[in-house]
Design a binder for this molecule. Structure first.
Ligand code: NAD
Length: 494
């Protein structure tokens, strides 16, 4: 059986806690590997190694840090397909989708290559007579990332690229469900010339995460995962004096106005709802059909669904793979049942695939869903698209703004004025205009509002640089000592 070890101090370290987790191949339902679960001592060892590496890494020139990022960029680019294969083997998503994930992660490494520019401060000459004032940004120390199963390559790259480039050292606790890819990336970082101890991986569960949250040498925590855990991470981490950004779950609505091109809207809804089997935090899970567009739109979505090829992610031609675990798949199917009993109409039923080996469920469309149903209220995180029908734009907006999640949303229309009004009105962190999955490019930052993000800095991009650095402002003068006097007044500038 394949054993997945920790990565500490630039080397693979077998687990010694006696505890381990099962990693599945979701396409077959069989165990693919065993992953070590770190004990408190093992976490402490990784943090100690990272803390030991910090002074020298912090003192390493910006030019050298950028050079390592450029080398990593080349290595990840060369190994896109290898990384994607590891993702598919343990996550289940189809190869083309996994390659897409690697590409979007790579953008963050490319952004971090610009760290000499990104860490520039400001300088004000002659702020007062002979006095100059300038600002610098310095790294925090040892920072940690705790990541979800659904983007095992990309989400760690959202975090460690900027964290390391800024001069921090890093301890990653990836998802225990698909952990192999992070070890492979650790090897690439090593090959790129990153000094040992700057990037470490501890695998595990709550035991490891809780230790990281309370460890006195951890300065900051980046988290991506479900909302209840994000809230817990934020509350525990900040209580322990750490800087925390904790991104949570989502319920993303796509509004289709009566003037929208119905075929284009249907293509977008199907792609964004069922890509990666709906296991994306930016997946569209609710279509809000406004005015008379509902019947046409439901027909157009329904007509596209039989063509979607569901199967193992490593078989060419398949477009949608299995779900991550059997338990999760059954939970997703349960939402369809609950929706049906509450009065929703099951237009396309994907439950016929539940009998296949592996953790498959087919694409499912629910119509006439209302806001009180659990299939609307909860994040399903599976291939289930709900349609809510409303009469007006105002009702659509009210529905979205009342939702406790606020990660992404989209509007489909030919009316620029309506789209601009939506962008102005909607209480959501990331908005798409005729774009169903508006994940920002790496030189903007990613983050939702309300229950989709706890903390005040969004992830990656400029806010990522802010998150992983602290500002220092220096006031400096070099006067002629002979002019020096005692003056107890508060310093004046004019
Ligand atoms: P999860 O919250 O179950 O797990 C995320 C991480 O937290 C894992 O590393 C896990 O080991 C750890 N964890 C789980 N339970 C814990 C506990 N009780 N105490 C401490 N640590 C714990 O999430 P998941 O199922 O891996 O990922 C799917 C979720 O992530 C979905 O809700 C999805 O919307 C969300 N997500 C959000 C974003 C975003 O950017 N907002 C991106 C990707 C995924």
């Amino acid at each position: 059986m394949k054993q997945i070890n920790h990565w500490i101090g630039g080397a693979s370290v077998p687990g010694g806690s006696g505890r381990a987790g099962v990693v599945y191949n979701p396409a077959t339902g069989e165990q693919a590997a065993e992953v070590a679960f770190a004990s408190i001592d093992e976490v402490d060892r990784a943090v100690a190694v990272a803390a030991g590496a910090f002074p020298a890494w912090r003192a390493t020139s910006l030019a050298r840090r950028a050079e390592i990022m450029f080398k990593l960029r080349e290595l990840v680019d060369r190994h896109r397909a290898d990384i994607a294969k590891l993702v598919t083997a343990e996550h289940g998503k189809v190869h083309s989708d996994a390659v897409g994930e690697v590409s979007r992660g790579l953008e963050n490494i490319e952004f971090a290559c610009g760290v000499p520019h990104l860490m520039k401060g400001g300088y004000s000459e002659q702020a007062s007579g002979g006095v100059d004032v300038y600002s610098i940004r310095q790294p925090l120390g040892v920072v940690t990332g705790v990541t979800p199963f659904n983007f095992p390559a990309m989400v760690p790259m959202w975090m460690f690229a900027n964290a390391i480039a800024c001069g921090n050292t890093f301890v990653l606790k990836p998802s225990e469900k698909d952990p192999s890819v992070t070890n492979f990336v650790a090897e690439l970082l090593h090959e790129a010339g990153l000094p040992d101890g700057v990037y470490n991986v501890v695998h595990g569960d709550k035991v490891a995460v809780d230790r990281l949250l309370e460890h006195p040498d951890i300065a900051a925590v980046s988290f991506v995962g479900s909302t209840p855990i994000a809230r817990y991470i934020y509350e525990t981490g900040t209580r322990n004096g750490k800087r925390v950004q904790a991104l949570g779950g989502a319920k993303n609505h796509m509004v289709v106005l009566p003037d929208a091109d119905v075929d284009m809207a249907a293509d977008a809804a199907v792609s964004a709802a069922f890509g990666s089997a709906g296991e994306r935090c930016m997946a569209i899970s609710v279509v809000v059909a406004v005015g008379g567009v509902g019947d046409l739109l439901v027909d157009a979505i329904k007509s596209r669904m039989p063509a979607i090829k569901v199967g193992a992610g490593d078989e060419p031609g398949n477009e949608m793979g299995p779900l991550i675990t059997r338990e999760h798949r059954d939970k997703v199917a349960g939402y369809v049942e609950a929706g049906e009993s509450a009065g929703a109409k099951v237009v396309v039923d994907g439950r016929d695939l539940l009998t296949r080996p592996g953790f498959f469920m087919g694409v499912t469309l629910l119509d006439h869903v209302t806001a009180d149903m659990t299939c609307y209220r909860d994040e399903i995180f599976g291939p289930v698209l709900s349609v809510v029908r409303v009469d007006t734009y105002a009702e659509a907006l009210e529905l979205i703004n009342a939702n406790p999640y606020a990660n992404g949303t989209a509007i489909f229309t030919r009316d620029g004025g309506a789209a601009r009004q939506f962008q102005f009105d909607v209480q959501v962190g990331m908005v798409g205009i005729n774009v169903p999955i508006p994940v920002p490019v790496s030189y903007y930052s990613f983050g939702g509002w309300k229950g989709s993000l706890f903390g005040d800095q969004h992830m990656y991009g400029p806010e990522g640089i802010n998150f992983y650095t602290k500002a220092k402002v220096v006031t400096s003068r070099w006067p002629d000592p002979s002019t020096s006097t005692v003056d107890l007044g508060f310093p004046q500038n004019r």
